[in-house]
Design a protein around this ligand. Sequence first.
Ligand code: SAM
Ligand code: SF4
Length: 332
Amino acid sequence: MPTQLLDNHGRPLDYVRIAVTDRCNLRCTYCMPAEGIQYVPRQQLLTFEEILRLVQILAKMGVKKVRLTGGEPFLRKDFMKLLEALAQMEGIEHIHLTTNGILTTPHIPALKELGISGVNLSLDTLDRERFKTLTRRDELEKVLLCLDELVSSGIPTKLNAVIMAGQNTQDVVPLARLAEEMPIAVRFIEEMPFNGQGFTPEQKPWTHRQIQTALEEAFPGLEQIPAGPNSTSRIFAAPALTGKLGIIPAFSRTFCGSCNRIRITAKGLLKTCLYDDGVLDLRALVRSDASDQDLEAAFLKAFGNRAKDGFEAEKRRNDSQSVSESMSTIGG
Ligand code: SAM
Ligand code: SF4
């Protein structure tokens, strides 16, 4: 019988997302300030050996899917070696990647070769000037090339776009139109306060309802279709589309009841909810003389005390610190 790992609310936990670095070659306004963030000193990032040990323990406990993210994962030296080792690991059935696409294109043949299950590419606008404003870098062409190459390679590809009031709401429909010709899922994410500073008091996120209205107006016959059992996105199809559209209510948090995700941040903290502030210092544990059994026991304790949703996780944060850390340390 395969192991099924459950949390204290009976939700299966079979998916770990690991931020392999907090460094990035973009400076997306919704993710970090212009000057960047104070990066974790390199020796404090988990080593590949430490990551592989943790994933191996989790795989034995029932985790089957791994997503590597960051920061920008391709900034981590020899990143492909980590992917190759994970692809060989018993119990891990799916490996996914989230990337901004700037350094990704040359690695696409190798990603295909190792059988990657999917790549999420972040792109918030097709307009060069807005791309420069949103990411503070002039790199749109590289991202578009990466998208084309991913689609040509046949690797299942999802596009992630964060939609922000007053900034790129006009991009929802042009981005969605990419799914007319391409067999990709274009997913629109509500902005969250994980930007290194938090939301300003007057900041009002553009909601999943506003995104849906824009899509309904542009795509006659748009209908919601079943998503996977633990999907955080609502998926839509329309007669004009080869691919699919998705909406992720990341700020409204309507999906917590079926969340199967755990996270390991660039600082080596375990998060059992995106909105908690880290519930276990894994780096300290793996760098102590803790055995695999000790690590498994610590994981089980954390999974047995998981907040029921993102609102409870936010309330439980220590030192009443509001949600403001950069998404590049968490991984998204
Ligand atoms: N650098 C890679 C990238 O951008 O794809 C991987 C890391 S990035 C932190 C992962 C995802 O988090 C991206 O899709 C990004 O758009 C999303 N993200 C970052 N900050 C966010 C925020 N404040 N609200 C919602 N999504 C955010
Ligand atoms: Fe970098 Fe990704 Fe954050 Fe943009 S969203 S600054 S690409 S980590």
